[in-house]
Design a protein. Sequence first.
Length: 134
Amino acid sequence: MDYKVDHIGIAVNSLKTSIPLYERLLDSKCYKTEQVSGEQVDTAFFLQNGAKIELLESLDPNGVIAKFIAKKGEGLHHIAFEVPDIQAEMERLKNEGFTLLNEAPKLGADNKWVCFVHPRDTNGVLIELCQTKA
């Protein structure tokens, strides 16, 4: 299956300070912000040559992003790949021995169904599968 990079997720302490930083860095305006309550994050998106950069700020001091930053600092959190059929791809990866962090797709940012693959199975990189919600 051909994976297309959908976005790269970057964990940040503050969107208030990180959005202007990335606007200067990428010479591009943030085109969208969104709160994803199921993941306890606020997000901000940038578009660069068809690929998206997603900044993630934790809404909860005990949330996944806050814990990630406490352990590793701000920086690369995940790489997301768009797949045409998330259910089929989840089944394929389970059959290949990968550990999925959720048993069923869940609603994520940007109107996507998402599923995460445990980083211990992918050389330390958290992988997100995503499919646009119909």
